[in-house]
Design a protein around this ligand. Sequence first.
Ligand SMILES: Cc1cc2nc3c(=O)[nH]c(=O)nc-3n(C[C@H](O)[C@H](O)[C@H](O)COP(=O)(O)OP(=O)(O)OC[C@H]3O[C@@H](n4cnc5c(N)ncnc54)[C@H](O)[C@@H]3O)c2cc1C
Length: 398
Amino acid sequence: MLFNFVVSLPSTSGNPIQQFDHIILGAGCAGLSLAVRMAAEPRLAQQKILVIDKAPKAGNDRTWCFWEKQPGYFEHLVHHSWQQLWVKHPQGALPLQLDGYAYKMIRSIDFYKHGMQQLAAAPNVQLHYGNVQSVDATNGVITTDGGTFKATHIFSSVLLQEPVMQPDEFYLLQHFRGWFIETEEDVFDEAAADLMNFRVSQEHGCAFMYVLPLSKRKALVEYTLFTEEVLTDVQYDAGLQQFMQAELKLHIFHISEVENGIIPMTNLRFPAQEGCVTYIGTAGGRTKASTGYTFQHIQQHSEQLVKALLNNQTTALSMPQRFHFYDSVLLQILHERKLPGADVFFQLFQRNPAARVLRFLDNQTSLWQELRLMNTTPWKHFVPAALQQLRHLRRKVG
Ligand SMILES: Cc1cc2nc3c(=O)[nH]c(=O)nc-3n(C[C@H](O)[C@H](O)[C@H](O)COP(=O)(O)OP(=O)(O)OC[C@H]3O[C@@H](n4cnc5c(N)ncnc54)[C@H](O)[C@@H]3O)c2cc1C
């Protein structure tokens, strides 16, 4: 792969600081999603773009799953997709009516490779590997351990300092360990996946398994929790082992790969913009607070940003405030644990058309659809949580 690498010495050595139109910090999901779209846009071909990351990607460090109806921008990278989804609970199993949605998986290694190939082919894009040490948002100056760079505008998926939490904000973690398993016999239906299987111990808080078959003999089984504290490796492995035997009735299998991850689930306000820096990705608050899903929100944001750039702007519309409120209510319910998270999600899917729930989790529903969803929640718990969140909101606005 041919690439325009930038090697730049700090300005103190007398070398001029290299100037760009745009610098993108981080070549992960958000940085590459934006950079690839900018590189593909002929109307931005005259703009010099620098992408900075601390190191090249060495492997498949994550798999992204998400739902959508239409083929997406990275459709050709979809590794597997499912037309049938289940939500399972000790009380029953719900086959979801997806109304045209498919649940899709992209392996990060395929995404990184494709992204880097696209950028290498774009003459106006350069890449620099270095650890970002400081960002001067007033003057657009980035310092890494390998050089200093300047741009008119910066898009950053790198947060050098986390925003300060307010006392009324929640910071839960979606933490998980997944096993890619292989069996000796055909056991899986590769067209059907468990989106949430709550038939696991809830002793640590809201916990469920993803079961994502990739073939009749291969699946990703992921033990996922929405709680404040992570588990030990031994606890994750014990949970997975127990589920294999008790729920999947699998005693003989081979683990070919392990995926670990932690995703913030928080209603903390991430900065959207600071001086000439626009924040993107998780650093820009694009992780859905109540679910941890991020991939699709990043894609929507990247698309909006490229449109904005074509109009000489650098910010995109943020999501309607009411979705922040719904997320806060759900986080409060999960945090307080008066109502088991397993029951909340199971009932949401049991009492509403699945496609409406998925649209809601994508922040795409109308107010009318949201009222209908709210009407199906256990009022005894949701009304006090909603009132408390409204009070917090009024304090912030007032
Ligand atoms: C294991 C895992 C699985 C996930 N699965 C899903 C999923 O199925 N569906 C979904 O919607 N979301 C998922 N997520 C959440 C989310 O989609 C990912 O975290 C996503 O990668 C976020 O994109 P990002 O660009 O904000 O951050 P990243 O992809 O982490 O990119 C940030 C980049 O910045 C670079 N960087 C950081 N600090 C510096 C520095 N100081 N200097 C230079 N470079 C730096 C990093 O090397 C990295 O490349 C998952 C997350 C994890 C961790």
